[in-house]
Write a protein that binds this ligand. Sequence first.
Ligand code: SF4
Ligand code: SF4
Length: 340
Amino acid sequence: MSSGKITVVISQAPGKNPAKRALEENLAASLLMESGIELSIVPHLYDLGPDHTGRLFLESIQGDMVVLAWLFPRAAYWLLDRDGIGGTEGQSPLHPLAPKDEDEDEEPTVKAPGIGSAIGGPNRTIWCLDLRDHAGHQVYLEEIRRISAEVTLLRQARQAQKQANQPVAIITLGLPPQKAAPEFTPENLLEAPGRRWYPVIDYSRCTNCLECLDFCLFGVYGVDGLDRILVENQDSCKKGCPACSRVCPEQAIIFPDYKSPAIAGAPVGNISGLKIDLSKLFGGEDAMVVAAKERDRELVRDGREAVGQTVGIARRQANKPSGPKDDLDSLLDTLDSLDI
Ligand code: SF4
Ligand code: SF4
């Protein structure tokens, strides 16, 4: 038996782009006609501070949910996770897992696993869909219908598992009782937040090397009680600067609103598929040089001394060539500087 509705959240694009608003509105209008769906609209996820009603609403959702945002799914998923909105990441054919690199060995590569989410979270699935992938709303509608059918099966499986684990005398009534949600009016939910800028860590990739902690001189990073890296002071990060994402050896640091897909949370395998050394083609600089310059710029703006590459430049950098991520970033930075 299917239990309850699935929550679908549309996260609005920042700004007032008419095409983006039209897609959001068309999708919302279609979803309102669908049965089994609880629809809500919140402002841009990345901008929601801890006290924003939209964030409190998201925190109050207990069951499976679909989040449609103008963000890469990897960025949206880890953004939610860091906000304490956890669950298993749902896979969607709209954003398949990163394809295997053609040049990769057939043998599975030995890669240190990320440290994983520390927040646990309820037994539910969160699907994040990128609204930039398709111009029309129909494809999202069909995917939400597919997910809704998948959720029905998932809930049946959970129910069966729960019944198998419980004494027969206990009567189960479907999903665990949900926390009474506070009242969320559309006006409160959609109250425009200010723009924000901070790193988001993908803990499925992060190996806790702490190089970002060494590199950032602005007190953004810290560690938890188990010495695991975390973004401790989000709002101390310098707006528009993505320097530490260039330093992270695992491409685990995401700035969801940055112009380069590599830094904004594109699937890492897709970026690795870019074989041409674009940075050299366009005369770009090594990622470490770029990162040090970006950090110096912010230090000087703060009235501090520039340090160049003398402080916190990662231990791994000595013998490691810049990866494709760096190339793509360099290309975009170079194109920006050329004003093409
Ligand atoms: S540099 Fe990257 S991998 Fe290392 S602790 Fe920071 S986020 Fe994790
Ligand atoms: S972008 Fe700069 S200020 Fe922000 S966390 Fe990274 S190094 Fe620190």
